[in-house]
Design a binder for this molecule. Structure first.
Ligand code: UDP
Ligand code: MG
Length: 325
């Protein structure tokens, strides 16, 4: 730390992606402010509105007009939680940046704990969800086995229950900004970045209001991003499955030969059907795996902007309400 910083009050940016959270935003802001006001920091709550179509936008503008610490950036369309988070970390200028959800599932009471660890010298304070209240058994089980699979097939260790509720020192935030990949799995990126790290466990309460914005379809897409962005093992699986099916083909060939020698070739139609089904299936599977990678290569090669900002309502930006990208 340089001397100038040692005497000034440290500034904390709290980045919150929100998508249709009209019933949560005001309550969330109140709770965060109550916690942060008791701490010796200057802070901003930077909401990234991820293309909401309910009253979220109006509420954010009202809150911002009343309280200069509430800042918001509005994305041009719904781009997804990970991209909204990226927009937040790209624009947050605090000495430490904390990312958290706006539905009260990341308890604001934990903020002092994260900040204490930061003050003790940790550059990344990652929270780990030990359980989630009111979550379906399906989500709990799929999440548990997903993390096991992820850790088995990737080189980066991603903590089971790891969430996007974390504190990052400015240096770690600057490092994160250098990652431009589109299929983003921020947990994996941060996990692979290094820096001095620690974890804090918590129990996630139920949402304060509204519904989860993660449909089964979004969950599967997110899960695939996590695996395909960090592992080439699925391509290897295709290779081994290919070898296995080739061996099976040899066995089947021996069977066909045996039947031919016995003079019972008429029954061969079943072998043909079995073969075409089996190898057809294998080929489709391998094409599917290759396709997933090719789709991602295409996405990265296009190098489109990660997000488009419709309006930036941060006070210090001096570009209030102005169009920008
Ligand atoms: N969110 C977002 N864009 C989306 C989906 C969700 O910004 O496309 C926000 C959402 O408003 C919330 C956070 O990301 O603040 C986590 O979403 P959610 O609570 O729906 O996820 P869950 O807790 O069910 O995993
Ligand atoms: Mg939630």
């Amino acid at each position: 730390m340089d001397e100038g910083r040692a005497v000034t009050v440290k500034r904390i940016s709290i980045v919150v992606p929100v998508y249709n959270e009209e019933d949560n935003i005001a309550h969330f802001t109140e709770c965060v402010e109550r916690v942060m006001d008791a701490l010796p920091y200057a802070y901003e709550i930077l909401f990234i509105d991820d293309g909401s179509c309910d009253r979220s936008r109006t509420i954010l503008l009202e809150l911002g007009a009343r309280d200069p610490r509430v800042q918001s950036i509005f994305l041009a369309r719904n781009s997804g939680h990970q991209i909204a988070l990226t927009c937040g970390t790209d624009h947050a200028d605090g000495d430490a940046v904390i990312t958290m959800d706006g539905d009260m599932q990341h308890p604001p009471e934990l903020l002092p704990v994260l900040l204490k660890k930061w003050e003790a010298g940790c550059e990344i304070v990652q929270t780990v969800r030990i359980s989630t209240e009111g979550v379906s058994a399906f989500k709990r089980l799929t999440s548990k086995y997903y993390y096991r699979l992820l850790n088995a097939v990737t080189d980066v260790h991603i903590q089971e229950g790891g969430s996007d509720f974390r504190l990052m020192d400015r240096r770690a935030v600057l490092a994160l900004r250098r990652y431009h990949e589109h299929a983003r799995f921020i947990r994996g990126i941060v996990g692979s970045m290094g820096f001095r790290k620690t974890t804090v466990e918590f129990v996630a309460p139920e949402r304060f209001a509204g519904q989860s914005k993660f449909s089964l379809h979004k969950m599967i897409a997110f899960a695939l991003d996590g695996i395909l962005a960090y592992s080439v093992q699925p391509l290897r699986v295709a290779f081994y499955v290919g070898i296995l099916s080739a061996l099976l083909a040899v066995v089947l060939f021996l069977h066909v030969l045996f039947e031919t020698l016995r003079g019972e070739t008429v029954a061969g139609w079943s072998t043909i059907v079995v073969c075409s089904l089996f190898f057809g299936g294998m080929q489709m599977m391998m094409l599917g795996i290759c396709g997933e990678y090719i789709a991602r290569i295409l996405q990265e090669v296009k190098n489109r902007p990660l997000y488009l900002v419709a309006s930036d309502n941060r006070r210090r930006s001096g570009r209030q309400g102005e169009e920008s990208v």
